[in-house]
Ligand binder design. Structure first.
Ligand code: GLU
Length: 433
């Protein structure tokens, strides 16, 4: 289990923040407004998607290792549950806000419906820097947060999972805390657990694998082969790191990487497995000798075939969208492109494979994990990967067709398919009372 609890400098954790970007919830609302004209009579229910179903704000106090008491603010937002229980990750990051968690929960509603998973959308987060806490402190924070949100989560209510700053160990603590509170071992309350505790084979790699599948499918339709392609990746964690490795294995040249600690480039192609091993040992790319440091501005100007933003939201704003020299953007992160930037990219003929499709591999295998936990019957890695492949390719096909038929972007096409499913469920269920 990887535990990012060593004492790296906290100062770098804010380096991905982009003050030029609109608030994430405003971006989500704009995306919803853009899909409304394509929904026919179901558009009368569109306001449902602008109002999260339930928002819980919790105080998370702990005794720190030095004996002082510290308080953290935590959230769980259940955006929509028309199609099933809430589903979505928990983020630990110093810039977490309610506004951000609301947007992330809305994107989960869209993502889960787009992939036709039987879930609504939810998301959680705590505003803290996980790199600035010991493993023991993170355990206490996680357990208290889980207890505080325990009233609204559960295997049939809302199922958290890892996101930025959390991992399989975090999920093990959440599962244990919830289980202690309800008096039985409830593996299905979270996904992304260690395999030894009811986790699924293939879950750890699933988001990166899905990003790679989405890139490959987009490349095929755009006449851009993966082998020999130039690839630029922002974020080198569970999503960007694994996607970069898969590009590398398929013969692409990863020419630049950026993480919280460094921005590096190598025209000859970076040895991605060596970079991953370096990060495993040192906690970040800073100091990796297999590529040269470049400025963040130069990073965005590098010519590439595929650009994979896999860090945080709000990275591609209009000014950057004007300058990018890439063919296909595959969104590993949630919300990396603002709506205004989307328009510019479309005018410039740069294809965007949206987050709600491109990074859906993670929650798809979370769904497999939850099904396996319920049935107490576990699948082979081959079975998981082949089912993931089938679901991702099927979703990509349907979304590509919708985009072509309606003459809209892949993002709007994904929102059309997803919102149609969510609002049809809303209408069929009817309003209570
Ligand atoms: N945090 C991931 C996402 O943004 C995975 C969520 C899940 O598996 O529930 O899609």
């Amino acid at each position: 289990m990887n535990q990012t609890t060593t004492n790296h400098q906290a100062k770098d954790s804010l380096s991905f923040l982009n003050p030029a970007a609109p608030e994430p919830w405003a971006s989500f609302i704009e995306q919803i407004d853009r899909v409304a004209p394509h929904l026919g009579p179901l558009a009368k229910w569109i306001d449902t998607l602008k109002h999260p179903k339930r928002i819980l704000i919790v105080d998370v106090p702990i005794v720190r290792d030095d004996g002082t008491v510290a308080h953290y603010e935590g959230y769980r937002v259940q955006h929509n549950m028309s199609r099933g229980p809430g589903k979505g990750g928990v983020r630990y990051h110093p810039a977490v806000t309610l506004n951000e968690v609301m947007a992330l929960s809305g994107w989960m509603t869209v993502k889960n419906a787009a992939l036709n998973l039987p879930y609504g959308g939810a998301k959680g987060g705590i505003r803290l820097d996980p790199r600035a806490h010991s493993r023991d402190e993170l355990q206490r924070i996680t357990r208290r947060y889980t207890s505080e949100i325990g009233v609204i989560i559960g295997p049939e209510k809302d199922i958290p999972a890892p996101d930025v700053g959390t991992n399989d160990q975090t999920m093990a603590w959440m599962m244990d805390t919830y289980s202690m509170n309800v008096g039985c071992t409830a593996t299905g309350v979270v996904t992304g657990k260690p395999v030894s505790l009811g986790g699924s084979l293939g879950r750890h790699e699933a988001t990166g694998r899905g990003v790679f599948i989405a890139a490959r499918e987009a490349g095929q339709r755009m006449g851009v082969a993966i082998a020999g392609a130039r690839v630029v990746v922002q974020g080198f964690g569970n999503v960007g790191g694994i996607a970069a490795r898969m590009f590398h294995e398929a013969g692409a040249k990863v020419v630049a990487l950026q993480d919280h600690s460094a921005t590096l480039a190598n025209e000859a192609g970076i040895d991605v497995p060596a970079a991953l091993a370096y990060v495993q040992a040192h906690g970040g790319l800073a100091g990796f000798g297999g590529a040269a440091p470049i400025s963040s501005d130069d990073f965005w100007l590098l010519p590439s075939d595929f650009l994979v933003p896999a860090a945080l939201e709000g990275q591609i704003v209009p000014e950057r969208a004007q300058q990018l020299r890439t063919k296909i953007i595959v969104e590993g992160a949630n919300g990396p492109t603002t709506p205004a930037a989307d328009d510019i990219l479309r005018e410039r003929g740069i294809l965007v494979v949206p987050d709600v499709l491109a990074n859906a591999g993670g929650v798809t295998v979370s769904y497999f994990e939850w099904v396996q936990d319920f049935s107490s019957f576990f699948w082979s890695e081959e079975e998981i990967n082949s089912r993931l492949e089938r679901i991702m390719v099927g979703a990509f096909d349907g979304i590509w067709k919708m985009a072509t038929e309606r003459g809209v972007s892949l993002r709007t096409a994904t929102f059309i398919i997803a919102c149609h499913r969510v609002l049809a469920a809303r209408e069929q269920r009817g309003l209570y009372p």
